[in-house]
Ligand binder design. Structure first.
Ligand code: ZN
Length: 98
């Protein structure tokens, strides 16, 4: 899961072994897959061999989400909050200054 994003450094926690990993996002650019017309996933691999996949296709603004505050478990809402920040840092359209 995504634990923190601070100054373009992302901290994730492995769902399997619990180990924390820091990833510098400043050199990562996620491109759109033309075949699917979707942004590629960001995949973070852990030393234990597991990999966490972040879907960077969620609505850009929380007000565009198809559910209301409280509809999702709090953990899930927090994850989406972080993924929204993540999208804005690594997605090519945001990097271009959309
Ligand atoms: Zn692990």
């Amino acid at each position: 899961m995504l634990k923190q994003i601070y100054s373009k450094t992302m901290t994730t926690v492995c769902n399997i072994c619990g180990k924390e990993k820091q990833t510098d996002l400043s050199n990562i650019t996620v491109k759109k897959n033309a075949d699917f017309n979707e942004w590629d996933n960001l995949i973070i691999e852990c030393d234990c061999g597991s990999a966490e996949v972040f879907n960077l296709n969620i609505p850009e603004n929380d007000t565009d989400e198809p559910f209301m505050t409280g509809d999702l478990p709090l953990d899930e809402e927090i994850q989406r909050f972080y993924v929204r920040i993540l999208q804005r840092i690594v997605r090519e359209d945001f990097k271009r200054g959309k």
